[in-house]
Design a protein around this ligand. Structure first.
Ligand code: LIP
Length: 278
């Protein structure tokens, strides 16, 4: 049976996510100014710190206290070898620090990302950049905001007049790196230029705020983009799978643009990578 969420509950869930994000943000800001203990995961460039782990642990406890029946998917507690338990149930999808590499290198583009899904659709999204005190919020059907200011995507209609955000990601598999390099070459030749902010969630918020026209990445995870995807969509963005089909939250790749035309023009110049599923 599908989950029904009233507009009052939707607002309650958003308020809760903002409250959690503010508290998580304090922990992140505290860790940001200290010496970090860094470990690696899948590759030498896939980093985790004690702050990532501490934030996620605290968030799980806090959600369990308030909403014991809700499910949870988080970066630091997901076993990469087991598929995520993604169902129609209300599910919080959390990245305790999106932009861990930035965090390690003291670059302020570091975010806390928290999305809530119902019937496998994101209905609430919050991305908070604590060092810059930027709170991006969104509820399905109600627009998206940054510190209360309504967001809208860029009105550019051609890829050749677009800024495209694209990340190298953390995979160091030679064939993956080679294809990404080919894609960078292709994007540079068909656009105004390329940018990478080091946090998928922030990349989505940039597109939502008209600071760049498109963003494409292969190899990200659902916790990197659940919240950001809703924030961008609610600001008018077009989100799809990079090969042009519908976006699949578990498919580890996504393309978002200020409009469908730019999205399809970008899709057409890329070599698509299959990065497996979460
Ligand atoms: C990271 C992203 C980054 C992306 C990496 C990685 P983390 O998340 O947000 O933009 O390129 O693949 O997923 O590891 O900092 O949470």
């Amino acid at each position: 049976m599908s989950v029904q969420v009233s507009s009052q509950q939707l607002q309650e869930f958003l308020d809760f996510a903002v409250e959690v994000a503010k508290k998580a943000g304090e922990m992140i800001k505290d860790g940001f100014s200290k010496k970090k203990n860094v470990e690696t995961k899948q590759s030498n460039a896939d980093l985790v710190t004690e702050t990532d782990q501490a934030v996620e642990k605290w968030v799980i406890g806090y959600i369990n206290e308030r909403y014991p029946s809700h499910k949870f998917i988080g970066e630091e507690t997901t076993d990469g070898d087991v598929p995520c338990d993604f169902t129609d149930d209300l599910t919080w999808i959390v990245d305790p620090i999106d932009g861990t590499t930035n965090f390690v290198h003291s670059i302020p583009e570091v975010s806390y990302s928290m999305g809530l899904t119902a019937n496998k659709e994101v209905i609430v999204g919050v991305v908070y950049i604590p060092v810059l005190d930027l709170m991006y919020t969104s509820m399905k059907g109600h627009g998206s905001y940054c510190n209360g200011r309504k967001l809208a995507v860029s009105s550019v209609e051609d890829l050749k007049q677009s800024i495209v955000i694209h990340e190298g990601g953390s995979s160091r598999v030679p064939a993956v790196v080679d294809t990404k390099m080919k894609n960078i070459h292709s994007i540079v030749n068909h656009s105004h230029g390329i940018r990478a902010y080091g946090s998928a969630a922030i990349n989505f918020c940039r597109v939502a705020d008209g600071q760049g026209e498109a963003y494409v990445e292969y190899g990200i995870h659902c916790w990197d983009f659940a919240a950001g995807m809703l924030i961008a969509e609610e600001a008018g963005a077009y989100v799809m799978d990079p090969d042009g089909g519908p976006c699949d939250l578990m498919k580890r790749r996504v393309l978002v643009a200020c409009g469908e035309k730019v999205a399809r023009e970008l899709s057409a110049i890329l070599t698509h990578l299959d990065m497996g599923r979460d």
